[in-house]
Structure formats: C-alpha cells, structure tokens
Design a protein around this ligand. Structure first.
Ligand SMILES: Cc1ncc(COP(=O)(O)O)c(C=O)c1O
Length: 388
C-alpha cells in the first residue's frame, strides 16, 4: 500500500518505546504511576455533567449540530471572555466552536498556508502545532524557547527573510510543556512583530485558568490591535475537567475565524449538542471550581518538587499549568535514557523533553495528574532508587 510522505514522522517512536517499557514494568508486577499524558484526573462538577445528562435524554439533540456551534454557546463564550479578560467579541463573527482546541490548531494551517509557506512554531511545543503545519504542506521554522529568555521566543533572533516570508506564528502561554508564563508586555511585542511582518498570531491559552500564587494569565486579545492579526484558542478540557467531551473554541479576528469555519464546514458537523450545553453550564456556572482545581495542582506541585529536592533533583516551581518542566539531574544528558531508567526502576512514567522538539532535550515533563497520595508515592519510589 502506498502511503503519503506526510504520514512519515506523524507518530512519535519515543511514545511507542515508552509504552513498551510500561508493559514490561507492569508485567513485573509494578504498578505504573503515569505522569505522562496531561489528561485531568479530577471529574467535572455535578452541574456540568447533569447538564450533559439532561441534554442527552432529549431525543431532539441527536441531529447534526451546525459546524460553527450553537448561537447560545457562542454568546456564552463571548460573555465569558468579557467577564474574564474584559475583551468584547461578536458571537456571530468572532467566535467559533471547536471539537477541542486541538481541532482548530490542527486545521488552521490549512486556511493560512500554501505548500512551502512558513509557520513560526515554538520548540519545544505541543505536538499538534508542527503536525498541523506539516499536514498543510507548510514549512516549520522553530522558535527556540530557552530558559535564559524565560522560555519566551526571541523575535529579534528570527532572521529577517524568515519573518518576511512567514504567514503564521503559534504562541502558547501558560505553556505546555515548559510551564512558563507570559505577561502583557510580551503579547504586545508579539502583536507588534506580527503587524510589522503581516503574520497571523495564533495564541493557545488552554491553561489560562490553571495558575497559582495569585497569578492570572492575560489574553493576547487584551493587547492593542491584537484583533487585527490574532486569534486565541481555548478549551474546556483542563479548566473544567472535560477533556473527553471534546469542546474548545477559537476567538478573535473575524477573517481568520471565517476561514477556519469554512474549512471545518467541509470536514465536520460540529460538536454533539449535549456537549455544547454542558459547555454552557461550565462557562456560566460557578467559577470558583477553577480555583479549587488550580489549588489541587499547586498542592501536588509542592509535594513533588519539595520531595524530589531531597533526592538532589532540583527544579523550578511553575506559576501555571498542570506540568513541571524538570531539568535532567546531574549525570544525565539524554531525556529519553533518563525517562526510561526511572520508568524501569520505579514504574513512574514521564515524558522526555525531546518528544516536544530538539530544544526540549535536557528536560523531562512531569504531569501532575495523580492525587497527592500518588505524588507522595512517586517521590518515595524515586528517592528509594536514586540519589542525584
Ligand atoms: C497547550 C495545549 N493546547 C491544546 C491542547 C488540546 O486541548 P483540547 O482538549 O481542547 O483539544 C492541549 C492538551 O493537552 C494542550 O496542552
């Protein structure tokens, strides 16, 4: 069977190797502690799943929904953006419902890139960014995220000819995998750069509500003129523990929204209506649940980082996200080798930084997706086998 060239490189060999080791370890009778994939372990609040349940019992909700999302949900999103960020959006032209933000991030390059066109993508970065560009036949230019730059891209380091030929740029703060945050001044610089070179800015803000220590992540759309060049991708997956519901949204520049809506109307029929109704319940309902969620991740973060420090493995405390981006302990240079050693010895699974791009080498990503007891057990298991 002939398969397309673009298929090559779509599946990461690293994840397949880790899965194989997990099986070997489990076969030795060791319970795996999975701190790999960033899927929330906590359930959605009752008012959310009751809305889903009630809507699922209404037999009128089983037809094709519209691809762009119900008017009621788009109005709710626009209202929520006003409440949370003070950003006013037209629900008709500046809001589009997605089957998870991944749906939009994966398909947007089809609207913006012709084969060979350049997209500026962070490295390390969430894998769909590069995958979407590759699927559209575009060319990825990696913007390295380095600790000495607070894990922000350095726009001045992008060569002039690349900037002039780039059509889109992806940003993501609070960031997965590096768990860094960005302030409004950074977004203003990003918008200025995008306006100067006529580049569309796509900001992924999936972790805006998972922030700690009094920090509140800003939206890029709060920046002056951002709406002229930008869109922002959002998700209910992490904010409301609804990852399996597949519901996200994109807001911002109406021309970009219209283009993505056009591509999507050729591909899908939109999100199952009861899930859209659960999304409305989540966005309109009490928002203190997001603070409780964040507090749970923060408590886990502290147990993990303070505990591992006693083994000699020292890492910074992130201000947001459900991840810790940990530099390899002394004596290790390969994130894959380190991840495999820890998994074999302790049953604790993490993701090697190299899985997120070449600049991720030297780090591992630890997802705080187990309860405090399991995080304590993680610290104990690593401490029993390793001294760094
Ligand atoms: C940075 C980032 N963006 C987007 C997504 C996808 O989220 P969704 O469930 O909305 O597709 C994830 C999921 O882990 C993520 O980490």
């Amino acid at each position: 069977m002939k398969k397309s060239k673009r298929l090559e490189g779509m599946k990461s060999a690293i994840f397949a190797e880790i899965d194989k080791i997990k099986e070997e370890v489990a076969a030795r009778g060791i319970t795996i502690i999975d701190l790999g994939i960033g899927s929330p372990d906590m359930p959605p609040m009752p008012h959310i799943f009751h809305a889903l349940q009630e809507a699922a019992e209404n037999l009128n909700n089983y037809g094709y929904p519209t691809s762009k999302g119900t008017r009621e949900l788009r109005e709710t999103i626009s209202w929520w953006y006003g409440e949370r960020f003070g950003v006013q959006l037209d629900p008709e032209t500046e809001v589009l419902v997605l089957m998870g933000s991944q749906d939009g991030l994966g398909h947007l390059p089809l609207c913006l890139l012709d084969p060979g066109d350049i997209a500026l993508v962070p490295d390390p970065g969430y894998p769909v960014y590069s995958a979407g560009v590759t699927l559209a036949g575009g060319q990825v230019y990696h913007m390295p995220l380095k600790k000495e730059n607070q894990f922000l891209p350095d726009f001045d380091a992008i060569p002039e000819d690349i900037a002039r030929n780039a059509n889109m740029m992806i940003l993501n703060y609070p960031n997965n995998p590096v768990a860094a945050v960005a302030d409004s001044a950074f977004f203003e610089r990003a918008v200025e750069f995008a306006l100067r070179y006529d580049i569309v800015v796509c900001h992924d803000i999936a972790y805006s509500e998972l922030a700690f220590d009094g920090y509140r992540p800003p939206s890029i759309l709060e920046s002056k003129d951002a709406i002229k060049v930008g869109v922002e991708f959002h998700s209910v997956s992490k904010t409301y523990n609804m990852a399996g519901c597949r519901l996200g949204f994109v807001v911002g520049n109406s021309e970009i929204i219209e283009a993505l809506a056009r591509v999507k109307s050729n591909i899908d029929y939109g999100v199952f209506l009861p899930i859209q109704m659960a999304g409305i319940a989540a966005l309109r309902g009490p928002q203190d649940i997001t603070q409780r969620n964040a507090a749970a991740y923060k408590a886990r973060r502290d147990i993990l980082i303070d505990g591992l420090a006693k083994t000699g493995w020292v890492m910074d405390k992130p201000q947001a996200t459900m991840f810790v981006w940990a530099p390899l302990p002394k004596g290790y240079t390969s994130s894959q080798k380190f991840t495999e050693d820890v998994l074999r010895e302790t049953g604790v699974a993490m993701v090697p930084g190299i899985a997120f791009g070449s600049q991720g080498e030297g780090y591992v990503r630890i997802a705080l997706v187990q309860d405090e007891g399991v995080i304590q057990e993680t610290v104990r298991r690593i401490g029993d086998k390793f001294r760094f």
